[in-house]
Design a binder for this molecule. Structure first.
Ligand code: PGA
Length: 252
């Protein structure tokens, strides 16, 4: 049985004061709910604030990216060791904006995934095709490569905490959502690829989230699908009521 997971990706939004305004309003609604795992991923500068606010609740806190070294001369980066030390439990890896603007590749995602697992951080690895790739019928090919390379050299037992997020790039921040049929097909395909890399048992227990313009009014239809185990939410997670509604509708 896969427990649903709803993760808020705040991207480069919210100062610590704004993050506090969000948690003040959001946490009372979800603090004790145990139906789903709820994770807030603020910017690095709000990580400590949100972790302190969520302490003693069921809500977990993660980072939006990290480096794979423990420490070193890597100006501006944050290591898994540092995330663990401040109390983060999750980390988003390979988000399409990181791939597009910060040169992340499948290979660096693989290194980061290994580092996250080694440090007991729950990795949320993002994969997804661009619009041109879907239109030219390359979706499966793209997803296959992304999953294959991300999971290279990863042991099935060590991958127990692994979470994958399917985020079609053309659906991120655009208001366009994959139809439930498209999402169902992609999730099924990704699960089959996980099975090739890690075995059927691990594939069956791995959560695959959908991301890309998830809103309160489409969360129920998407999350009702067999292979969709929750959502990675950008824009609609910035508002406490809308993120709470997504969790409620997605769990219905
Ligand atoms: P969106 O972003 O919900 O604003 O489309 C999703 C994401 O980038 O994770």
């Amino acid at each position: 049985m896969r427990k649903k997971l709803f993760a808020a990706n705040w991207k480069m939004f919210k100062t610590p004061a704004e993050a506090t305004a969000f948690t003040d309003s959001f946490l009372p609604h979800v603090a004790n709910q145990s139906k789903a795992e709820v994770v807030l991923c603020p910017s690095m500068t709000s990580l400590g604030t949100v972790i302190a606010a969520a302490k003693g609740t069921q809500v977990k806190v993660g980072a939006q990216t990290m480096d794979y070294h423990d420490n070193g001369a890597f100006t501006g980066e944050t290591s898994p060791l540092m995330l663990k030390a401040v109390g983060a439990t999750h980390v988003i890896l390979g988000h399409s904006e990181r791939r597009q603007y910060f040169n992340e590749t499948d290979t660096s995602v693989n290194l980061k995934l290994k580092a996250a697992l080694a440090h007991s951080l729950i990795p949320i690895v993002c994969v997804g095709e661009h619009r041109e790739e879907r239109e030219s019928g390359q979706t499966n090919e793209v997803l296959k490569l992304q999953v294959e390379i991300a999971l290279e050299g990863i042991d099935a037992a060590a991958a127990a905490p692994l979470v994958i997020a399917y985020e079609p790039v053309w659906a991120i921040g655009t208001g366009l959502t994959a139809t439930p049929e498209m999402a169902a097909e992609a999730h099924k395909f990704i699960r089959a690829e996980i099975a090739k890399a890690l075995g059927a048992e691990r594939a069956a227990s791995t959560r695959i989230l959908y991301g890309g313009s998830v809103k309160p009014d489409n969360a129920a239809a998407l999350c009702a699908l067999e292979d969709i185990d929750g959502a990675l939410v950008g824009g609609a997670s910035l508002d406490p009521k809308s993120f709470h509604d997504i969790i409620r509708n997605g769990c219905a």
